[in-house]
Design a protein. Structure first.
Length: 236
């Protein structure tokens, strides 16, 4: 029987490496949702740890990829905003800098990585079971970062992880059981809670309410983005 863990952020990944055969990164607002939207359209998404812009541009040019712009300055260009990626063309290479989701994606060494959110929870759970084989699965809610760099547990990522765990058979750790129970308990109240969360309010107040609404489109995607050769692609 598959064993399933749930641990938060980078420290959670470090604790899980060597113990799991697949990792699912859950960053609902907005990295995982953005990856799902773009990969569903046939794009390849290269995660890039948030940092020096010129280094990201050089790497994007080396890969023949389009560098996503900062969400608040994108001006209609592709960015971390899921709404901006709704028109990504099939076959496009997109480099997506992110201070959290990208960093976590690139911290898993040789362990297979998938990007999960509310939109694709069932598809990612199915793919994770196949990828992990008889090995354990680690579901990692990303959370947000406080100014000192420590992890702030985030409502949306707890519930996104719970949605994926809801679709995973197997023996769950206590932490995974709690996340799944939270998702099941909120039921139809999930959209209100995520809109009212700190991350949800920040995006809505900043004029990115459409990103929150896209993230809340539960179960509409059959895409399971898996990180392969440095890029997220649709699992087949």
């Amino acid at each position: 029987m598959t064993y399933v863990f749930c641990e938060w952020g980078l420290s959670g990944i470090e604790a899980l490496l060597g113990r799991v055969a697949a990792v699912v990164i859950v960053d609902v607002l907005s990295f995982s949702t953005a990856v799902d939207v773009a990969v569903s359209k046939g794009a390849m998404v290269y995660p890039f740890p948030y940092g020096e812009r010129e280094a990201a541009q050089r790497e994007a040019e080396r890969l023949g990829a389009v560098l996503a712009q900062p969400r608040r300055t994108a001006g209609g260009q592709f960015s971390l905003s899921p709404a901006s990626l709704a028109t990504v063309p099939d076959g496009m290479r997109l480099m997506l800098p992110s201070p959290n989701g990208s960093r976590l994606s690139l911290s898993c060494g040789g362990t297979p990585v998938l990007a999960g959110c509310l939109r694709n929870a069932a598809a990612v759970a199915r793919a994770a079971r196949i990828v992990a084989g008889e090995g354990a699965i680690g579901v990692v809610p990303a959370g947000e970062l406080w100014p000192d760099g420590s992890v702030r547990p985030a409502v949306e990522d707890l519930l996104g992880a719970g949605a994926i765990l809801h679709h995973l058979d197997g023996s769950l750790s206590a932490e995974a059981e709690i996340a799944r129970a939270a998702y099941r308990a909120v039921g139809a109240d999930l959209p209100r809670l995520i809109r009212a969360s700190m991350s949800g309010r920040e995006l809505i107040d900043g004029g990115f309410g459409s990103d929150v609404e896209m993230a809340l489109e539960s179960g509409i995607s059959a895409c399971a983005p898996v990180l392969r050769d440095g890029a997220y692609r649709a699992y087949r």
